[in-house]
Design a protein around this ligand. Sequence first.
Ligand code: NAD
Length: 484
Amino acid sequence: MSFETRLFINGEYVESSSGEYLTIRNPTDDTLVSDKIHAASEVDVDNAVAAAKAAFPKWRDTAGHKRAAIMLKFADLLEKNVDMLASLESRAMGQPISLAKRMILGPAALWRYYAGYAGKVSGESFPPDEDGTYKIVQYEPLGVCAGISAWNGTHVLSAWKIAPAMATGNTFILKSSEKSPLGVAAYGNLLNEAGFPPGVVNIIAGGGKVGALLAYHMQIAKIAFTGSAAAGRKVMEAAAKSNLKHVSLELGGKSPALIFDDADLENAVEHSSTSFLRNSGQICFAASRVLVQEGIAPKFIEAIKTAFEKAADKMGDPSLETTAFGPLADQAQFERVMGFLNDGKAAGLQYLTGGARKGDKGTFVLPTVILNPDVKAKVYTDEIFGPVISIKTFKDEAEAIELANNTTYGLGASLYTADVARALRVASKLEAGTVGINSAFATSPQTPFGGHKQSGIGRESGPEGLKEYLQPKTIHINMNVGKK
Ligand code: NAD
């Protein structure tokens, strides 16, 4: 299967002027996928910015219904090309094909959601009172915006950024992750077919160096970043040191799941195993700290061990429709996760099940359960971003909330109980941007997604996501001028 490896700038595929390439190996068997993925240079970044800047005035002034029609067509094309896009994603970072398809159909729905907003962003007006001033507030696009993506759900992360920017009349440059550039590199032809004018959306590839070029760029009005807290900090610093561009950050998490004695055990186990292990645990809001009330703990621990062992049987070649769980994204991610597990073992932590899968060339880590780590253990405090949960027990609601909030992160949380009043009471006290009750959290186009504390700044998705691409302008009119 041939695929696009070039940059998409000003409506055309172009070769990188850097002569630098990214290499992608298939994490399933370490075979080479490509060592010729064009990485953008400073000149390429400048060209993309210039194209987006030139395209901005016309795109901003294009009637909302026309922009919506283009966005809707693009959503249709995502759906039509779902097999090709999913296969590229799966080859690059090992996502099971069935999940990869869902993670393209979800973004298609998000594009449609935001298409509905094109041309419908209204403002406010205040007729004059005794001050004799007529006041208007209008909401305007920012101009050239850029997105920097992580690799674990490229199409979702891209849609969260590009679609609201399009609905509000901005133009865009997306930098894909160096681990998963293949799927979005194919967007160029689809963007053209949908009818986006040249320069409105540009897609470039490259590593942190290219991300930094965007973050420091003087002509970019906003950066929407998804990735680690460490790189997010650098993006904010770059914005401060350059043109004080707007910044939104979607960062990591160490999300808790709270399971109370009265919870539906089967449901809590299902969400703490199958839902958690989706994408091999490489989901930013996956609940990796499982806190279980003492009464239900013995049964829960036994059931989760069985569920994790069964999940290991469904791990395999991600290109097969029957595979539920694939390898980790690449060798570096494998080494990162195994580093945590080996350190934990050396520190005497108790592992119920899991570890590296032996006897293959892929980056497979078996679903792993760690029992009762110390609250200061690295496996418990740090984001592992793999198929690893830590289980701790608690006595009562107060202790559960204290344990849950004892983290610098605040991206997600979930809680399981039959008591509705308790569910809402606890949800209000959890320091997290998203909470799932009796379910692992799942995103929706209608609701905002983002973090409290050090999990991020700003929101993507929902009406809140739209506001990230708008700036208010206040216009005051003196109604008394010339009045006799
Ligand atoms: P990463 O920080 O290594 O890389 C993310 C992106 O930032 C990549 O495109 C990379 O090239 C770029 N980058 C790296 N250094 C940069 C710099 N100095 N300036 C500008 N760009 C730079 O993260 P990753 O390994 O790709 O992704 C995993 C992380 O992403 C995890 O922490 C995960 O929780 C987080 N994540 C968060 C969300 C969310 O919505 N909150 C979603 C997915 C992933």
